[in-house]
Design a protein around this ligand. Structure first.
Ligand SMILES: NC(=O)c1ccc[n+]([C@@H]2O[C@H](COP(=O)([O-])OP(=O)(O)OC[C@H]3O[C@@H](n4cnc5c(N)ncnc54)[C@H](O)[C@@H]3O)[C@@H](O)[C@H]2O)c1
Length: 340
């Protein structure tokens, strides 16, 4: 690792979960000058082998096996219900942790992780809220902090996603946990306040066999009086040109800010008439290297370890976004307002 005398050594990384996002993390860490990707793990043997062989690193199938390798940090890219056990195990074994969002799917588990991390204050434990590393959202928040739009009045967020993602993971996640926590975290980050009460409505048709809603509309009142409105839908057509139809608006007493991500400045039209809006912001490959928000998130995590500075997304913040998501879900299930 780092910091012995003047010698700068690399942070040695083990990645658990090499699915959709885990493979991208593996690539980002493998390419970072601050890191050495030591081992990857996936219980799906084909996934573990494919990513390990592609990046030329050892691969294992049991998450405990990564601790047989000389690693300083674990990156957890498992389905959300497995984040708790993997994070606790890594902290117990004295490893720094980057855990994908949502931190957990259960509040008690989140509290236990926070408690466990407090016992090891030398470890960096960060939640991967990727939009904090997106220049559009980060600049929006910076302008709020600088008072450029006055006192905040309300947020409006939309994060609608193609049905293809829903069909991939609806058996184990939900629009609030997979999509909503991104914008809920942004609202919490920008408002500087906890939420006081929420109300949500949802409908079930296309995805009802999975027990998750097609669409959720939610209202939030923050403790400092700011209001929030969120729209989440998981049933955009499979041929929708962008993966995400997203809007984040912040209205203040002296102005407003808009982030719009239906396309990302790049539109491609194929011969058969289909439009595509490829990713240019989250994890684009630039000149053979993974760039964008994920790259910045990974570098931020590594910098915290190398420079021994606080993580930019804390466990407490990760849990607050989950608390809000769970409250919104409780509200649409019970059909009434929920106090936090
Ligand atoms: N930051 C983002 O923009 C972003 C994008 C996608 C997903 N995510 C988050 O990342 C996490 C993973 O999502 P995903 O879409 O990559 O899921 P995925 O299903 O594509 O990948 C999860 C992987 O974990 C493996 N796995 C499951 N149980 C395991 C176990 N016990 N031991 C080892 N491996 C195991 C699976 O085989 C799979 O390959 C979720 O929390 C999700 O919310 C974040």
């Amino acid at each position: 690792m780092v910091g012995r005398g003047a010698v700068m050594e690399k942070v040695r990384i083990g990645i658990v979960g090499t699915g959709m996002i885990g493979e991208l993390h593996a690539l980002a860490f493998a390419q970072s000058p601050l890191a050495e990707l030591v081992v990857v793990c996936d219980s799906n043997r084909e996934r573990a082998r494919a990513v390990g062989e592609k990046l030329g690193v050892p691969f294992v199938y049991d998450s405990l096996e990564v601790f047989n390798f000389p690693i300083d940090a674990v990156v957890i890219c498992l389905p959300e219900h497995l984040h708790f056990a993997a994070t606790i195990e890594a902290i117990d074994r004295g490893k720094h942790v980057l855990v994908e969002k949502p931190l957990v799917s259960d509040l008690e588990e989140g509290k236990q992780i926070i408690q466990k991390a407090k016992e090891k204050p030398n470890l960096k434990v960060m939640v991967g809220h990727i939009l904090r590393f997106d220049p559009r959202y980060a600049q929006a928040r910076q302008m709020v902090v600088e008072g450029k739009i006055g006192k905040l009045s309300h947020f409006y967020a939309r994060r609608n996603n193609r049905i293809t993602d829903a069909l991939r993971i609806a058996t184990r996640s939900s629009p609030l946990m997979y999509l909503g926590v991104h914008d809920l975290d942004l609202m919490l980050w920008c408002s500087g306040s906890r939420a006081r009460r929420v109300f949500a409505l949802a409908n079930f048709e296309v995805l009802k066999e999975y027990g998750v809603p097609d669409t959720i509309l939610g209202l939030i009142e923050f403790e400092n009086g700011i209001l929030g409105s969120i729209e989440l839908s998981w049933i955009l057509p499979k041929h929708h040109p962008g993966a995400i139809d997203g809007i984040f608006e912040i209205v203040g007493t002296k102005g407003m800010i808009e982030v719009r991500v239906l396309d990302q400045g790049l539109r491609v039209i194929s011969e058969d008439g289909y439009w595509m809006y490829p990713d240019t912001m989250h994890w684009p490959i630039l000149h053979g290297y993974l760039g964008g928000d994920l790259h910045r998130e990974v570098e931020a995590f590594l910098r915290c370890i190398v420079q021994n500075i606080p993580v930019p997304v804390t466990l407490e913040e990760g849990l607050e976004a989950v608390r809000l998501a769970i409250a919104l879900e409780e509200s649409y299930r019970k059909g009434k307002e929920v106090l936090l």
